[in-house]
Design a protein around this ligand. Structure first.
Ligand code: XMP
Length: 511
């Protein structure tokens, strides 16, 4: 399948370029700036290269353009820093700009250039640069043309032999007008066929899994989350009951989680899920433990022990399937330039010492593409768009020591919150919503009796990716209803607190 790849020079928008191409049905991946000609030769049907923006200045010469890539003879588009790299290669002048440009900027383009085909002469684009590019008059011969300028008559776009293009603005961000058309024009220039679609992806994966697995068995840890579920369905479609999805019940899941999992995966989707109840083991190992980090470690380790025990008890299993996503790979530094290394380890993570070969069929996909695959494979929308749930589960939402009694109180309260959020159609407005059983008991009065029970915190946040968050401004009437329902229906709680802190300074979870 035809591909256009992106070379990562560190811009915060680099993954957006990949997304843009994929959304326009062209297969695309991000590679680090050290990407070599030899590596490029191994990519089948490579039709074009995009050099991303970056945070550095070309004059620092810390990252360079690998000129050998020109031997591939495919069109190249340099964006922002990528344009500066190409200009540098063409012996243009790169200087500190008199006026750094950040944000909207009106440009004037030469729409006889193929990259601006069918576009108006003037439109707004998104800039983010502090260097300027210029060429001497004697360089501007037939092959090298200025094709875009800003209102100060500075160069913001050039073409070289109509096969190499530089754009100082960011066509990948939505604030740039005609961004889609610019990408479509580049795809046309590359002659790339737009064949990348999720159903073809599924067919290809099924074929690949069948070939790889043969008549062997595959084990998979079903965590209750979207990624492992979609991964399981894809494998099930390929190899049927040679797949053994295992659900380790650690007792730290939400109310009815296990029952819903049985209904969805066993009854409706006909997967042969092996459910193993280890909740007592988890509770016994957590007995008396109050330190948050120790709790997390015990939960993670116990999960691995249990999963290994199940895996080792099964005959003929040679493979372990995991729902790793493309973002997991990029974020751990294996895709483009290393960014944030994931700090959260999912409890559903891989037991390191298991001697299985890995199968990761989703590892080239982004989250929304995984949801698309899930939809095609029959998963319901409610499940695919459910709120995030941490690996250690309710274990980090019971402050202090975890006991069965506290867990039951928390599960009931959490269930009421979820019910009310759904009833009031708030699921799309709130990114994550849950309850936390604080370790504080306070005095209350119910009927004529004094009570001494737990205070429960309600945490509802809006966020894009969980890195930062704000508390959700919930309507007082709805909070009042939730509060009164929980206090009346859940024994053991006599006070409700609504959390009004953002992240930072707080975190979303309490432990
Ligand atoms: P914090 O509490 O760090 O949470 O603001 C940010 C997001 O990450 C989730 N979270 C976890 N997810 N394993 C996970 O899989 C974990 O150990 C973990 N801790 C926090 C949290 O629910 C929120 O969505």
């Amino acid at each position: 399948m035809d591909k256009i790849i992106v070379i990562d020079y560190g811009s915060q928008y680099n993954e957006l370029i990949v997304r843009r191409l994929r959304d326009l049905n062209v297969e695309s991946y991000l590679y680090p700036s050290t990407f070599s000609y030899e590596e490029a030769l191994k990519i089948e049907d490579l039709k074009g290269i995009i050099l991303s923006g970056g945070f550095d200045s070309v004059s620092n010469e810390s990252l360079t353009f690998n000129e050998e890539l020109l031997k591939l003879n495919v069109p190249i588009l340099g964006i922002c820093y990528g344009m500066e790299l190409l200009s540098f290669f063409l012996k243009g002048n790169i200087n500190k700009a008199k006026n750094s440009e950040y944000g909207r900027s009106l440009i004037n383009v030469d729409n006889t250039s193929k990259i601006f085909k069918d576009l108006p002469e003037n439109f707004n684009v998104w800039m983010s640069h502090s260097d300027s590019v210029s060429f001497n008059d004697d360089q501007l011969k037939d092959d090298l043309k200025i094709i875009a300028k800003n209102i100060n008559e500075e160069v913001v776009g050039f073409s070289y032999k109509e096969n190499m293009f530089g754009l100082l603005f960011h066509p990948e961000v939505n604030n740039t007008e005609f961004s889609k058309e610019i990408f479509l024009n580049f795809i046309d220039i590359c002659g790339a066929k737009r064949e990348y679609k999720m159903d073809t992806f599924i067919e290809d994966q099924i074929k690949e899994i069948k070939e790889k697995v043969g008549n062997k068995k595959v084990i998979l840890g079903l965590s209750g989350g979207v990624d492992s579920a979609v991964c399981a369905l894809l494998l099930h479609k390929a190899i049927g009951n040679q797949l053994i999805p295992v659900f380790i019940d650690h007792g730290l899941n939400r109310k009815f989680e296990k029952e819903e999992l049985e209904e969805r995966f066993i009854n409706n989707l006909h997967l042969n899920v092996l459910i193993k109840d280890y909740s007592e083991l988890f509770l016994s190992r957590l007995k008396g433990v109050t330190d948050p980090e120790t709790k997390r470690k015990i939960i993670g380790k116990t999960f691995i022990d249990c999963f290994s025990e199940v895996a080792n008890s099964l005959e003929g299993v040679e493979f372990l399937a995991q729902g790793t996503l493309y973002t997991d790979i990029v974020e751990s530094g294996k895709g483009g330039i290393s960014k944030v290394i994931k700090s959260h380890h999912n409890v559903g993570g891989l037991p390191k010492d298991l001697k299985f070969s890995l199968i990761e069929p989703l590892k080239t996909l982004y989250k929304d593409q995984v949801r698309e695959v899930g939809t095609i494979l029959g998963l319901d929308k409610e499940f695919l768009y459910r709120q995030p749930f941490p690996g250690p589960g309710l274990g980090i939402r019971v402050i202090g020591e975890i006991t069965k009694e506290k867990l039951d109180i928390l599960k009931d309260a959490d269930y009421i919150l979820r019910e009310e959020v759904k009833k009031n159609n708030l699921t799309n407005d709130i990114w994550q919503y849950f309850t936390v059983l604080t370790n504080i008991k306070s005095v209350g009065v119910m009927g004529d009796n004094r009570t001494y029970s737990y205070a429960l915190a309600i945490r509802c946040v809006t966020s894009i990716d969980g890195m930062t968050a704000d508390f959700y401004r919930m309507n007082y009437e709805i909070i009042a209803k939730i509060s009164s329902r929980i206090v009346n229906e859940v024994k053991g709680i006599n006070r409700i607190l609504y959390d009004v802190t953002s992240k930072p300074p707080s975190t979303i979870e309490y432990e």
